[in-house]
Design a protein around this ligand. Structure first.
Ligand code: PNS
Length: 164
């Protein structure tokens, strides 16, 4: 039984993440999407909101669980008994950070393998950060994120505007 974790911030989930989620779910018995609850960062969405959005947009995938985690990824992997970490590579610029992370994780947990999927070409430019920036300036984000996510971002931006 191969259980893998696809970890990330998912603030918010984009079509690029969805591409990796769908493709990797076909390669493993169970895919756990690990949503980082990083207390040091201030995300646009709370971890509960990010988990809910991921659940909504992956509801048709049978072998998937969305689980929030804090602390080290290797500890989370041990807790859920996962043998593999999956990460997406969009471009060469991702490689250095991903290599460093995979090797650090391997040093701490030699039993844990990291596998990389190259993001499909049509999403290789896409990141949560740019989606948030486009949305903040009122741009159309429907080609970057699923409809329920786009709606939540728009709502969030409106709330932020009324506070700022
Ligand atoms: O979507 P992101 O922000 O690129 O995901 C990064 C993530 C969550 C995979 C990474 O920051 C992570 O694993 N954080 C948990 C802390 C940890 O284990 N750090 C050591 C790895 S070098």
């Amino acid at each position: 039984m191969l259980r893998a974790i696809y970890p990330g911030s998912f603030d918010p989930v984009t079509f690029g993440h969805m591409d990796i989620i769908r493709r990797s779910s076909r390669l493993v018995d169970e895919l756990i999407v690990g949503v980082l609850n990083n207390k040091a960062k201030t995300p646009l969405f709370s971890v509960e909101e990010r988990v809910r959005m991921l659940e909504e947009v992956t509801s048709d995938i049978p072998n998937i669980r969305i689980i929030p985690f804090g602390g080290l990824l290797v500890d989370f992997a041990r807790r859920v008994d996962a043998g593999m970490v999956i990460r997406g590579l969009r471009a060469i610029t991702d490689f250095e950070y991903e290599l460093q992370m995979a090797q650090t994780n391997h040093k701490m947990a030699p039993e844990l393998e990291t596998a990389f999927l190259t993001t499909s070409l049509e999403y290789s430019y896409l990141s949560s950060t740019t989606v948030k920036e486009v949305a903040a300036f009122g741009g159309d984000i429907s080609q970057f994120v699923p409809v329920p996510v786009a709606d939540r971002i728009t709502e969030k931006m409106k709330k932020k505007e009324s506070v700022d």
